[in-house]
Design a protein around this ligand. Structure first.
Ligand SMILES: N[C@@H](Cc1c[nH]c[nH+]1)C(=O)O
Length: 370
């Protein structure tokens, strides 16, 4: 028998004050995106599996949590990522909308498996997508909105790690030709930063990519030196332009072969980290949305994950609660709430400020610290 109160592995309750902290973080991110013209969409928690897979070009069939819907007799999947749903909306109901379209979203997403770094399978995701463009200007805006949103949410010590998700494919299709099987093998070895493996696979030409990872300026210089045929020049120029306005504001790094978590992103990708917070707090990049007629539309966006931030104590607010003694005239507490106080009314004579975790008590019409 399952013990009462036990939740499935990877699921948890958020209690006060963390549930509020999470909501506050979501609100700040959405408000920041709104200031830049991003309007909210709210897709459902589950949809037809086929609709979730394959909307984003080159997205692999993800590990999805599935249920069979007794009504439609079809397999539904619980969304692992809202970006694909925003892509569906942009390609269908908002297909006629002039481009670029700016959309924001927030809600829980579910993963089939937890990662080693994050044991949770349900995460609060909040983000923004710009559909119709994946230019340097679009990338700069998306990166800026993500950073501004984190700053407004109270996140300090931000690190932005750039990556080039389709780097190996670009090189394999140009200066370092390889067949598809070897390309996949090299990607896996690069993911593991396995120099010995690269040597064994006769792919030592890719080793400089592993060594290039590090602080942005040095990494970029190393990549420019590596870029013999000029196959990467436009991408490296683009990274430099996107990074320029961020210097001094956030720590910039570049890991050209980082592909973990970048299943569908194309030429541009980035991960976000914050001082004192374990693991990634967000990710973003460029991608293509598949339309019904086979057309592919460029897009770019970011998603932030609130849970690691909440766990690190970000978004928490000082608990200021005013205890209203039993029998106080409700008009008095109404007035004091209008002044911005949180009031907690005693409903029995035996209730106390301590029991209600109040920071203040109302005495003779004034708030007195307990
Ligand atoms: N949704 C992606 C990040 C992303 C948003 N837009 C483009 N990429 C993720 O959570 O990994």
């Amino acid at each position: 028998m399952i013990p009462p109160g036990l939740l499935p592995e990877g699921f948890r309750d958020r209690l006060p004050p963390q549930a509020d902290a999470s909501a506050r973080l979501v609100r700040r991110v959405l408000d920041t995106a709104a200031l830049h013209g991003y309007e909210r969409v709210s897709p459902p928690l589950a949809e037809f599996e086929a609709g979730l897979v394959g909307r984003l070009k080159s997205a692999k069939a993800q590990d999805l949590l599935r249920v069979v819907d007794p009504l439609s007799q079809r397999t539904l999947a619980l969304r692992p990522d809202i970006t694909a749903q925003v892509g569906r909306i942009a390609a269908t109901r908002m297909a006629h909308h002039p481009r670029p379209v700016r959309l924001s979203y927030a809600g829980p997403v579910l993963k089939l498996k937890a990662s080693q770094l994050r044991p949770e399978r349900e995460l609060m995701q909040v983000g923004a997508e710009l559909i119709g463009l994946d230019s340097v200007a679009a990338a700069s805006e998306i990166v800026m909105v993500a950073i501004e949103a984190l700053e407004r949410a109270g996140v300090a010590g931000i690190t932005l790690d750039f990556t080039l998700p389709d780097l190996v494919d670009t090189l394999a299709g140009g200066p370092l030709p390889m067949d598809p099987a070897q390309t996949e093998a090299v990607k896996t070895l690069l993911d593991a930063k396995d120099a010995g493996g690269l040597a064994a696979k006769d792919a030592l030409a890719f080793l400089p990519l592993v060594e290039a990872a590090g602080p942005f300026e040095t990494a970029l210089a190393r990549l420019r030196a590596f870029d013999m045929g000029g196959a990467l020049t436009s991408r490296l120029d683009a990274l430099e332009q996107i990074a320029a306005p961020l210097k001094g504001r956030v720590t910039l790094t570049l890991d050209p072969t980082e592909r973990h978590g970048f299943e569908y992103q194309s030429w541009f990708g980035f991960s976000l980290f914050a001082a004192g917070v374990s693991g990634e707090i967000g990710r973003g990049g460029s991608y293509a949305i598949a339309h019904e007629d086979g057309r592919e539309e460029p897009a770019i966006g970011f998603s932030l994950y609130c849970d690691p931030l909440v766990d690190a104590g970000i978004g928490a607010r000082e608990r200021r609660r005013l205890f209203i003694p039993f029998g106080t005239d409700p008009a008095i507490s109404a007035k004091i709430r209008a002044d911005g106080w949180v009031t907690v009314a005693a409903l029995t004579a035996s209730d106390s400020a301590e029991a209600q975790i109040c920071s203040h008590v109302l005495r003779d019409g004034v708030a007195v610290p307990v």
